[in-house]
Write a protein that binds this ligand. Structure first.
Ligand code: IMP
Ligand code: MG
Length: 334
């Protein structure tokens, strides 16, 4: 399976970072490429009790031999990127497409101060205003920025060549299906489409070059910012169930609701998903924490999984059972 795309199935924060870090360490892809909007997304993974957060680099940074690329459709915040290059000492393996868009101070300022942004509850990262400039064709691109010169590449060419020669490429999506500008809960959405086709377009990959699309769902639904969340629990109830989370980028509290089968079915359809990854099963079923094999799961947990598989008509191949990257059940070859 040379090209695998990973996308979020709900409103972002499904745990894509952990799934991608695991896939990178396990499958050893030669290249991971990040699509999606930009630094509004924060992906988290934990290895040996150390929590890592990335807003620009692919989460496959967890696997040291992987080249890390950023697609042309993504927005780069140069300061955030340079910080992450330093933090992960990743200078020699990161490349940014020549045509990647650049977020400037004025985009961040506008995103933080405009009434419209606060109505939507944006992350304040400047992504929306930068994508507006891009649509107006006034946005600066990576090739115009001196500090990025050592990292420039023709990313779409690099990944297509790698796939042609049989190398394994991981394509990392960000945000979640229902934050899509086209298919989400407009206007409470992000500034681009973020379904699998859009993620492929971001990195320059045609639809026939993709072998697998893994849609990631959390065992419950969370959402930050405004917009409808069906079945939303009160803050107290979310806290009681252990579902109250804090956002990676903004530090805001996430709103929470039970697993939504209708949304999940629609996400499977919109992304033409071939597999499901389900994260945080241990939050719903604490007795499953750190489980590494399906037979270690309780009957209730297994019923939850088979319920999802029956209703979505798709196999749950990866199951997250704890925070660590290796707290996972991998049923891909079962
Ligand atoms: P923006 O993408 O910063 O313009 O924010 C638009 C909406 O998308 C807001 O509700 C944000 O909270 C949400 N959003 C954007 N990126 C992410 C993400 O990576 N995870 C969760 N929510 C996100
Ligand atoms: Mg996140």
């Amino acid at each position: 399976m040379p090209a695998t795309v990973i996308v979020g199935g709900f409103f972002g924060d499904e745990g894509k970072g952990k799934i991608i870090a695991y896939l990178a360490l396990k499958d050893k892809p030669s290249i991971a490429v990040r699509g999606g909007v930009g630094p509004n997304a924060g992906h988290t993974f934990t290895i040996n009790d150390r929590r890592h957060k990335v807003r620009m680099l692919p989460s496959a940074v967890a696997y040291p031999s992987c080249r890390l690329l950023i697609g042309a459709g993504v927005l780069v915040d140069v300061d955030v990127l340079l910080e992450e290059l330093k933090e992960f000492d990743a200078y020699s393996r990161v490349k940014v497409d020549n045509q990647t868009g650049i977020i400037e101070d004025r985009h961040r300022r506008e995103d933080k101060s405009s009434v419209h942004s606060s109505m939507i509850g944006t992350t304040g990262s400047g992504s929306g205003p930068a994508n507006a400039d891009r649509a107006n064709r006034t946005l600066r691109l990576a090739k115009d920025v001196d500090t990025l010169k050592p990292y420039l590449d023709d990313v779409s060419y690099s990944i297509n060549r790698a796939i042609r020669s049989g190398e394994h490429v991981l394509v990392e999506g960000t945000q979640g299906t229902f934050l899509s500008l086209y298919h989400g809960t407009y206007p409470y959405v992000t500034s681009k489409d973020v379904t699998a086709s859009a993620i492929c377009s971001d990195v320059g990959l045609g639809p026939k070059s993709v072998d697998d699309v893994i849609v990631v769902f959390k065992s419950y639904v969370t959402r930050v910012g405004s917009g409808n969340l069906e079945g939303e629990l009160s803050r107290e109830e979310a806290a009681r169930r252990g579902w109250l989370e804090v956002a990676t980028v903004t530090g805001r509290e996430r709103r929470a609701a039970p697993f939504n089968y209708d949304l999940a079915a629609r996400a499977v359809m919109l992304n033409s998903a071939t597999q499901i990854a389900l994260t945080k099963l241990d939050i719903l079923f604490p007795e499953c924490k750190h489980a590494k094999s399906y037979s270690d799961l309780s009957r209730e947990a297994r019923e939850f999984i088979t319920g999802i598989e029956d209703r979505l008509n798709l196999k749950v191949t990866l199951i997250g059972t704890g925070e660590d990257t290796y707290d996972i059940i991998d049923r891909r070859d079962q």
